[in-house]
Design a binder for this molecule. Structure first.
Ligand SMILES: *Cc1c(COP(=O)(O)O)cnc(C)c1O
Length: 451
């Protein structure tokens, strides 16, 4: 028999948790989970938590979804894994066909990895290698947006810009060209989002003009910079970027690892700008939040630049042990079936409208600078001073107070600094959204009470 206390003790004796100052657990209880069902996580004392953040943005259709469970179980009895070099299997072939079908037009080659960061690494190498194969050896740099996030491995960290994760490792990282973000949070009062994102594009245009000759690719998170405090920008920026990348001969990499699979209101965020990037990176929701799997899709022109006689040494000799794992592919196929059978994108429109209404009142809170939303992602930014958006000093850890309140009340909210957000599984109900809104409002009240 296990209970919470027993497992916590055993855990803390041997584990080192991700993105955690372990000393916090001297006073901040770890939460051991026994089982999951739909939006709920249940601990060993029978207490339930509503998973408002989809367990780090991966879960789409609830925990232990019977349809995904069944598909994985079926796959498990026929093939658990096989090397993908020289060998193939049915789930990976079918998944590739389906991904080509649903991603922006023209993307027709699938390269697999086993997590988001490694998909980014593969993409950066592919873009660089493409230009080398084309004899353009001077192209070695990447352009990225301020406040962007692309993962934690060294290449991915280098093209990201969240200082909390990056600064310490700066001496280890390749140099990149960082351009101001079109993030709407900073638009002038009265300025429309489209005007602001358009105005901010001049920085990108200038960077491309200056650096295109030495640049492999521009990498962006389309529409929402998730780890960068859920900051959002207008699709017009992506349209302008697609045109400018073509004009300057630079690849466009769309990192849809977080925003893909319906989070922004369309299946892929790029659809809202009606563009096809040169590379799209997918992971997180790809398996419905079940298993680690990632895919980079690109188009023929890139693929053909690597396709040659072996001795010409143009092949992309990059691999990960679990590339294209059949169980992961089976989970992904079950996930795509649910999208198709349940008209998910259409139903999410109702949920996202409901979400917006449920927290609209927080816009008037004296310590909320902005309530922003893009589809199924909603964020509430707490500030010390509303008039000039002065943030609370990070040392005060106000968001953590919201986290603690939510846990007491039976919800998993995990703010990013002072930004509380909802990115729930799509099986959440309107009533559950109302509950979350209440818990978040109370939490914000508590967190902002002391000056
Ligand atoms: C999470 C994330 C990554 C990294 O994915 P991991 O699987 O955590 O390595 C990369 N890019 C974006 C936009 C992400 O949100």
């Amino acid at each position: 028999m296990h209970n919470n206390t027993d497992l916590i003790q055993r855990d803390l004796a041997n584990l080192w948790h991700p993105c955690t100052q372990m000393k916090d657990h001297e006073w901040l209880p770890l939460v051991p989970i026994k089982r999951g069902e739909s939006v709920w996580l249940e601990d060993f004392n029978g207490k339930r938590y509503l998973d408002a953040i989809s367990s780090w943005w991966v879960n789409l259709f609830g925990h232990c979804n019977p349809r995904i469970n069944d598909r994985i179980k079926q796959q498990l009895d026929s093939l658990e894994h096989v090397i993908l070099a020289g060998f193939s299997h049915e789930p990976v072939v079918e998944l590739s066909e389906r991904l080509v079908e649903i991603t922006p037009k023209g993307l027709n080659r699938c390269f697999y990895a086993d997590n988001g960061s490694s998909a980014i690494e593969a993409t950066l190498k592919m873009s660089f290698h493409y230009w080398r194969n084309k004899g353009q050896h001077q192209k070695t740099k990447f352009i990225t947006l301020a406040n962007s996030y692309h993962g934690e491995t060294l290449g991915a960290l280098a093209v990201g810009d969240v200082s909390l994760y990056k600064e310490t490792y700066a001496p280890l990282l390749m140099e990149v060209i960082t351009v101001p973000s079109p993030d709407n949070y900073f638009r002038e009062t009265g300025e429309t989002k489209i005007d602001y994102s358009t105005r901010m594009f001049k920085h990108m245009e200038a960077a491309l003009e200056q650096h295109a000759h030495e640049t492999c690719a521009v990498i962006v998170e389309p529409l929402v910079q998730c780890a960068g405090n859920m900051r959002m920008y207008h699709p017009v920026y992506l349209k302008l970027l697609r045109k400018a990348c073509d004009k300057h001969g630079v690849h466009l990499i769309a990192d849809e690892i977080a925003v893909g699979f319906g989070r922004t209101g369309t299946l892929f965020a790029c659809e809202q700008a009606d563009i096809t990037p040169d590379f799209i990176c997918l992971s997180k929701g790809l398996t419905g939040g079940y298993l680690p799997l990632a895919c980079v899709l690109t188009h023929d022109r890139i693929y053909q630049a690597f396709y040659d006689d072996y001795e010409n040494m143009t092949a992309f000799l990059h691999s990960h042990s679990y590339t294209g794992n059949p169980l992961g592919c089976a989970a992904a196929l079950a996930t795509l079936d649910i999208f198709r059978q349940d008209d998910v994108i259409e139903n999410n429109k109702k949920l996202s409208t409901h979400m917006g209404i449920a927290v609209a009142h927080l816009q008037d809170h004296p310590h909320v600078a902005e309530v922003r939303q893009q589809g199924m992602i909603l964020a509430i930014e707490m500030v010390k001073d509303k008039a000039n958006k002065t943030p609370y000093p990070w040392q005060e850890r106000r968001g953590l107070k919201v986290y603690q309140h939510a846990l007491e009340q039976g919800a998993l909210l995990r703010p990013l600094g002072n930004v509380i957000y909802f990115m729930p599984p799509y099986v959440i109900t309107p009533e559950q959204i109302d509950t979350l809104a209440t818990i978040a409002s109370e939490g914000i009240e508590i967190a902002t009470k002391e000056n």
